[in-house]
Ligand binder design. Structure first.
Ligand SMILES: [Zn+2]
Length: 447
């Protein structure tokens, strides 16, 4: 069997795999869907050669929590808090109820292509828009069409009670679309956390995930609702395991944070949302104190930008600010500062771990899938490059994203997305956006 071979040549290669190392100049060989070699001066006679001499080559970014269906609702909630009157939650309640399957489909497409454009190769779609079976089919179709590596995290509707057949729908879709894990799309369950439903309902949803051998992704410690020890009760009942990613965790107690760590859980922080909307203080230091590094996520584009550069800046600044604040107050024995290397690993390795995909992606390790990002270093915003890791974390933005490969497949090259008709996508986005606004009666902000 012959594979397509691509040789990415003479790039500054950040494998982020300590055993393989990083290189100021090296090559990456892709054969079929996989990386087969990394190192200087590789030869591959019949390979397509891509010149990366003005590039940083690194693993694609990994987002562990995005409500992709909200793609058509971008920036509608920038001045809305999470709680209280005129809150984002109230707005989304109204808007979600108006969604048809085609609206969720286009919302997903918009989010997926913008994620790819921003250098994200794997995304967890926190898809809490499952009003009918047709909604599920529609968003899976979008995930499939995008060519991205994605975790479809099936989320229960929250603006109304679940359908009496919801559990059957979940079993059916798990069987129909996710009978193997050897594919770009994998399955997870996004149950209601114990803070927004009863203990028994939450427990039943978590048990269904385990029956289906699906990972769990759950919002916990969210604002006021997170302050009542509900996760702790789940923990005491033995429900916390290493198959679960906990999102936000901002208002959990110290005992609950420790339960997550002790049971091998993973964490997803969307620090921009958490700080801006009122979830509570991002618990970055609380997890670092226990040796747990979080993954990063955009969460919702109703408020936040679509890229991981912003998340890296936000997390790094916040952690430093909290330590410097203590230092200026005369405190001693302070924890270490996160470095750029720590932060870039949160956006890649920890993302892969939280999505249950570290064996496939997250580093440029020979044998892993070829999920690769090429970042331009010849742009005026970044030259001359003196510290490649610092340059990615602090100097670059989405304008540096030149090429994106998922499983060896080029989805963006020379700064342009391939295989998407952007005119058609734009037309559809406005069409369904207008429908959802009219149907829901939601008015856009005055300017
Ligand atoms: Zn969320």
């Amino acid at each position: 069997m012959t594979f397509q071979r691509i040789l990415i040549r003479n790039g500054c290669v950040l494998t982020l795999d300590k055993r393989v190392g990083n290189f100021h100049q090296a090559d990456v060989l892709i054969e079929g869907t996989k990386i087969t070699a990394v190192g200087p001066n590789l030869s591959a006679a019949d390979a397509e050669v891509i010149d990366a001499s003005e590039m940083i080559v690194m693993p694609g970014f990994i987002d562990t929590h995005r409500h992709l269906w909200e793609g058509i609702l971008r920036n509608i909630g920038t001045d809305m808090p999470l709680e209280g009157e005129a809150s984002l939650t109230t707005a989304l309640n109204t808007l979600a109820a108006a969604y048809r399957p085609e609206d969720a489909y286009v919302g997903n497409l918009v989010g997926l292509y913008s994620a790819l454009d921003a250098g994200i190769t794997t995304i967890l779609d926190w898809s809490d828009i499952q009003a009918t079976r047709e909604h599920t089919d529609a968003v899976i179709k979008a995930l499939d069409e995008s060519g991205m590596r994605a975790v479809f995290a099936y989320g229960y509707p929250w603006w109304k009670d679940p359908d009496e057949h919801q559990e059957d729908w979940i079993r059916d879709i798990a069987k129909k679309c996710f009978s193997t894990k050897d594919q770009l799309l994998t399955f997870a369950l996004a149950p209601h956390g114990p803070e927004i439903t009863s203990f028994d309902v939450s427990k039943a949803q978590w048990e269904l995930a385990r029956e289906l051998d699906a990972r769990i992704s759950v919002h916990v410690g969210v604002g006021t609702a997170g302050q009542h020890g509900k996760l702790g009760r789940m923990g005491q009942a033995g429900l916390l395991k290493n198959d679960t990613t906990y999102i936000h965790c901002t208002t959990l107690s110290e005992d609950e944070i420790k339960m997550i760590v002790d049971t091998g859980g993973t964490v997803s922080l969307s620090s921009t949302s958490e700080m801006t909307i009122g979830y509570g203080m991002p618990p970055i230091q609380r997890f670092l104190n226990h040796g747990l590094r979080p993954s990063l996520s955009v969460g919702a584009e109703t408020n936040m930008p679509n890229d991981m550069f912003t998340q890296m800046h936000s997390l790094n600044s916040l952690q430093h600010a909290m330590i410097f604040d203590r230092k200026l107050a005369g405190k001693r024995n302070l924890p270490p500062f996160m470095t750029s290397r720590d932060v870039i690993e949160c956006a890649t390795i920890e993302g892969a771990r939280a999505n249950g995909l570290l064996h496939k992606t997250g580093t440029l390790t020979p044998g892993k899938e070829a999920d690769i990002l090429m970042l331009r270093t010849d742009r005026p915003n970044i030259l001359p490059v003196n510290d490649p890791i610092g340059a990615v974390v602090w100097g670059m933005d989405t304008s540096n994203v030149d090429s994106v490969f998922v499983a060896g497949n080029a989805l963006k090259r020379d700064g342009k997305l391939l295989s998407v008709d952007l005119d058609d996508l734009r037309r559809k986005a406005y069409e369904v956006r207008d429908y959802v606004l009219t149907k829901s009666g939601f008015g856009l902000p005055e300017i």
